[in-house]
Design a protein around this ligand. Structure first.
Ligand code: 3H9
Length: 715
């Protein structure tokens, strides 16, 4: 393929020439190739490059059609997310300049997709007259995941092409659609073979030879007919109310599609642009864009370079077939990796495997897994009593009782039995990984892999780096997280690591609020309205109060005498109320129903406790509840950062969003703190410190940043 010309974009500051769009011709077809690695985003310069190529081809009588494609590994993966909110250089042409030019081309434009056509990338294809793709291509409008809506005509063109309901599904879910489904829906005209260029040139020749008329989607209105659009869209909004609670953009997507149905294309498009701007400027979109980049950043470990050797994991072992162990084993089976599940007795093993089977069967019942797939996964899990079979595993994850003596025995045995180089991981959520490593002769192979319950569902994996964990062990664990479709975040050793250490602060203040005048339902309501799936007391009832009680009893002897301690949870446990599983905890529950019902008995218990403690109950504002619960998280996060337990503030955000339900649209506690302003938080903390003492002493890092007028994002 002869490259005849290249569009060049000169960066004013860097004086660097970049060929972002290449134009060439072959057999009378103009080939426009976007070359903007890594994902061919529509950065400044790309729309202009495509426009100039179109103009060149339209002026060339030899050229009869165009193929628009991506160079490298993908088609266009959307707008350049880094450019949102930044000023455009004067005169820079945008997607909005490009799209009408594509549609208006007198010569057919065929989008040829490989990799992913996402967001603005898919919107570019919708302005082309035809779309073809290789079988492995994927399509989607994932803007919603960034707190945005498809702002390049997607909300107006996609419903015209595939109908309102299908288009809404794609835009509201943000899911990637495989080529075959895209063809069935009518997004793709033809799935060509694996030869992207050859196949798309053949398709273009067919279009020319058959004299096919150009399909201009903005002029196709047939799919938009609806009997009672107002009722239909209200129904969609109602359906979203719970699913998308707290989110802005899914509802604005519905508004845009309603505009597509009710207004002519130009007016619908104007509405889309207006609502897109509202999204881009919203704190939610800023937060979600922060999370997008945070997730990519988390995989980068400064002292573990990308080329660190990674051990292949072909066979895994899990010690302990309880709830956690079983869930962890399912992760391996789901990823197609055979796994040995070890228990100390046949009875425990049978019970554990039975639970796994039941879990899979439920998923099959819900239609989310096929029976043959379930059988395949069950076939990958082999139960065994005793440790001998673990001699061949590449990694073993211990998920036994949280007791150092038990861990000592298990790790001593694993050290003896497992082959050299095998990774010995612990799923501990509370114990010292360095101490556990010291029970082996190979501390370099020991690491913490802290899964969250239910382990087969929760996306977070805290990867706890021990003092001696080798780079290879860390790199392999990070890679394993990706294989298991988890979000791996590297943390250091301390009590509770990142997540549970922060949670402890949150739970502590919530219980003090009860003593001072609040009731569980008030605290829970405030945090629910903030965006958490549930407040701390509903959460405790769900998780079970007995586990925390046992830990508190164990630690009673070592608790400092001057530390404020709330006895309310202990008193509730003493009544035999362990939460949902006993039908009562902070709330009461009707049989077979998980709805928490405020209980006068608990109310009296709380009021009586305040009396006993000599605390005069007062009205506590929602704002105080929010600050008292969230600011300690932030303060602890600052300490965690300072101690180097987390590599970056955004890692802490990911832990708290993915492990503890912090609303993703608030970007995590540290991002949220920057939005509130560290100075404001610091000053509030000082006020609370005056009343409540040293629990509220601001972390030195928080103090420094507040005084310097900076945020965690500036670190
Ligand atoms: C949009 O299009 C709005 C329009 O409707 C309207 C406009 C008016 N921009 O994920 P990876 C970077 S909104 C800038 O590790 P993978 C990413 O940060 C957009 N950068 O690779 C990373 O950088 P680094 C709608 C981007 O192979 C590198 O590329 N589109 C963008 O696992 C590799 O990324 C989307 O939301 C971008 N658009 O997955 C798609 N995309 O190396 C977002 C990626 O410095 N992107 N980067 O860490 C994705 O979903 C995945 O990146 C993709 C590749 C599936 C494409």
């Amino acid at each position: 393929m002869e490259v005849k010309s290249a569009f060049s974009y000169f960066s004013a500051t860097q004086e660097v020439e970049m060929s972002m769009v290449e134009y060439s011709t072959q057999d009378g077809i103009g080939i426009i190739s976007v070359n903007n690695p890594p994902v061919n985003a529509l950065s400044i310069g790309v729309p202009q490059g495509i426009i100039e190529s179109l103009e060149k081809g339209n002026a060339d009588p030899e050229v009869k059609a165009f193929v628009l494609m991506g160079a490298g590994s993908t088609f266009i993966a959307g707008a350049d997310i880094r450019e949102f909110g930044k000023p455009k250089p004067p005169g820079a042409l945008t997607l909005h300049d490009l799209l009408p030019k594509l549609e208006a081309s007198k010569k057919p434009v065929i989008a040829a997709v490989h990799g992913t056509a996402l967001g603005g990338g898919l919107e570019v294809t919708l302005a082309c007259h035809f779309r073809v793709s290789v079988p492995s291509a994927k399509f989607g409008l994932p803007e919603v995941k960034l707190g945005l809506l498809p702002g390049g005509g997607g909300t107006q063109r996609l419903p015209r092409l595939i109908g309102v309901e299908n288009a809404l599904d794609i835009m509201i879910s943000g899911d990637h659609i495989p080529a075959q489904k895209a063809e069935k829906l009518g997004i793709v005209d033809e799935v060509i073979g694996d030869d992207l260029l050859g196949g798309s040139l053949d398709f273009a020749k067919k279009v020319i030879e058959e004299g096919r008329s150009l399909r201009v989607i903005s002029e196709m209105n047939a799919s938009l007919k609806a009997d009672n659009p107002t009722e239909f869209f209200d129904g969609v909004r109602k359906g979203l109310a719970k699913k998308a609670r707290g989110f802005l953009s899914p509802f604005l997507i519905v508004d845009c599609v309603e505009a597509a149905v009710k207004l002519p294309f130009p007016e619908g498009s104007a509405r889309e642009r207006e609502l897109f701007m509202q999204c881009v400027q919203s704190p939610q979109s800023k937060a979600l864009r922060h999370v997008f980049f945070a997730e990519r950043q988390a995989s980068k470990i400064p002292d573990v370079p990308k080329d660190t050797p990674v051990k292949p994991i072909k066979l895994a072992g899990v010690v302990g077939a309880g709830t956690m162990g079983g869930g962890i084993a399912m992760n391996f089976a789901n990823a197609g990796i055979p796994v040995l599940l070890v228990e100390k007795s046949a009875e425990f093993l049978e019970k554990g495997i039975g639970t796994i089977e039941k879990n899979y069967a439920n998923t099959v019942k819900k239609g989310r897994l096929s029976q043959p797939e379930m059988d395949k996964r069950m076939g990958l899990i082999r139960g065994t009593v005793g440790y001998d079979d673990l001699k061949d595993v590449d990694i073993v994850i211990e998920a036994v009782f949280e007791d150092m003596d038990v861990k000592k025995e298990v790790f001593g045995t694993l050290d003896r039995i497992c082959k050299p180089g095998a990774i010995l991981a612990t799923n501990t959520s509370t114990l010292d990984v360095n101490k556990i490593a010291s029970f082996t002769s190979r501390p370099e192979s020991v690491i913490g892999l802290h899964f969250f319950s239910p382990a087969n569902v929760m996306r977070l994996l805290e990867i706890v780096r021990g003092e001696h964990s080798s780079k290879e062990t860390i790199a392999t664990s990070m890679q394993l997280a990706r294989t298991l479709k988890k979000l791996g975040v590297l943390v250091g050793v301390c009590d509770g690591f990142v997540g549970n250490r922060m949670l402890a602060q949150y739970g502590r203040e919530a219980s003090f609020l009860l003593e001072e005048g609040a009731l569980p339902q008030q605290v829970d309501r405030v945090l629910y309205e903030f965006g958490l799936p549930m407040g701390p007391f509903t959460m405790s009832d769900m998780a079970g109060l007995d586990i925390g009680w046992a830990i508190r009893k164990r630690r009673a002897g070592i608790r400092p005498k001057d530390e404020r301690y709330s006895p309310i949870a202990d008193k509730i446990c003493e009544m035999g109320r362990f939460g949902q599983k006993t039908g009562a905890g902070y709330y009461r529950y009707e049989k077979g129903d998980r709805t928490p019902i405020p209980d006068p008995e608990i109310e009296s218990l709380i009021i009586k406790t305040s009396e006993e403690l000599g605390i005069e109950r007062r009205d506590i504002s929602d704002q105080e509840i929010l600050e008292r619960c969230i600011y300690p998280l932030i303060n602890e996060g600052a300490k965690i950062l300072e101690e180097g337990i987390a590599l970056r503030a955004s890692d802490i955000d990911l832990v708290y969003i993915n492990g503890y339900g912090f609303p993703v649209y608030r970007g995590g506690p540290m991002f949220y703190a920057d939005q509130v302003g560290l100075k404001n938080i610091y000053e509030s903390m000082l006020r609370y410190e005056e009343v409540h003492g040293k629990n509220w002493t601001p972390a030195p890092l928080l103090k420094r940043l507040a005084e310097e007028g900076k945020g965690f994002g500036d670190l």
